[in-house]
Design a protein around this ligand. Structure first.
Ligand SMILES: O=C(O)c1ccccc1N[C@@H]1O[C@H](COP(=O)(O)O)[C@@H](O)[C@H]1O
Length: 241
């Protein structure tokens, strides 16, 4: 059986690696240098890095130079996200050499542009489906952006290569992933799904790995690593078979 890919997360706010609770601005816990965090995950054996410019996602500025520096310093694959919403920000993101970008708000607010970039860049474009219940949220998860399943149907027709599915209610809480949501999304799309939000233990990761046959390809891990609930080496070992 294919193994579950793990994507340790480095979310950047005001130049620092941070974790939020429910993605809410003001709930940050800071963990120091984003580059040091990213290098530590790489040294621990990560094959992927999920790198987020939170200021760009919230519209409170950006950390573009810093996330570009981190991406360029990595030997591993990088999924870059936050504030990629038009031709200029997409071109700058892709020029960092990241393996793919993850679009959130743009998929909700500028669907024609997203259809165009999916057609033009294929596998380098993932769409982040960040949901509360089944309602999508954009602009730093502060605004409603439509129904999950209607949007998914549209993006599937446009050939979206991959979805990063985040249950906002779980994100940063260490309360366990929303396995039902992941199963429901996998049931309506043939594109691979990356799980995000709530991982708290190796058992959670094994439960997500059980969904690989349904279409879950990977899992983002954030707070649990920073809170030292387990090490990345332990996590990689737990999902390796
Ligand atoms: O990752 C978070 O904790 C997070 C919290 C609040 C808002 C966004 C967050 N993450 C990432 O931001 C992109 C969306 O950015 P945009 O809407 O395209 O500008 C989303 O994919 C999440 O990965």
């Amino acid at each position: 059986m294919a193994k579950l890919e793990l994507l340790p997360a480095v979310d950047v706010r005001d130049g620092q690696a941070v974790r939020l609770v429910h993605g809410e601005s003001g709930t940050e816990t800071a963990y120091g240098s984003p580059l040091q965090a990213a290098l530590a995950w790489q040294a621990a054996g990560a094959e992927w890095l999920h790198l987020v410019d939170l200021d760009a996602a919230f519209g409170t500025g950006d950390n573009r130079a810093l996330v570009a520096e981190v991406t360029r310093a990595m030997d591993i694959k990088v999924e870059l996200s936050g504030g990629i919403r038009d031709d200029d920000t997409l071109a700058a993101a892709l020029a960092t050499g990241c393996t793919r970008v993850n679009l959130g708000t743009a998929a909700l607010e500028t669907p024609q542009w997203v259809a165009k970039v999916i057609a033009g860049h294929g596998d380098r474009i993932a769409v982040g489906l960040d949901v509360r219940g089944t309602t999508l949220r954009g602009r730093g998860w502060t605004r409603d952006g439509g129904d999950l399943y209607e949007t998914l149907e549209r993006l599937d027709k446009e050939g979206c290569a991959r979805y990063v599915v985040t249950d906002i209610a779980k994100d940063g809480t260490l309360q366990g992933p929303n396995l039902e949501l992941l199963k429901n999304v996998c049931a309506v799309t043939d594109s691979p799904v990356v799980a995000s939000g709530g991982v708290s233990s190796l058992a959670d990761l094994r439960a997500i790995a059980d969904l690989v046959p349904l279409g879950v390809e990977g899992s983002i891990v954030g707070k649990a690593l920073y809170a030292k609930a387990f090490t990345l080496e332990e996590a990689l070992e737990a999902v390796s078979s």
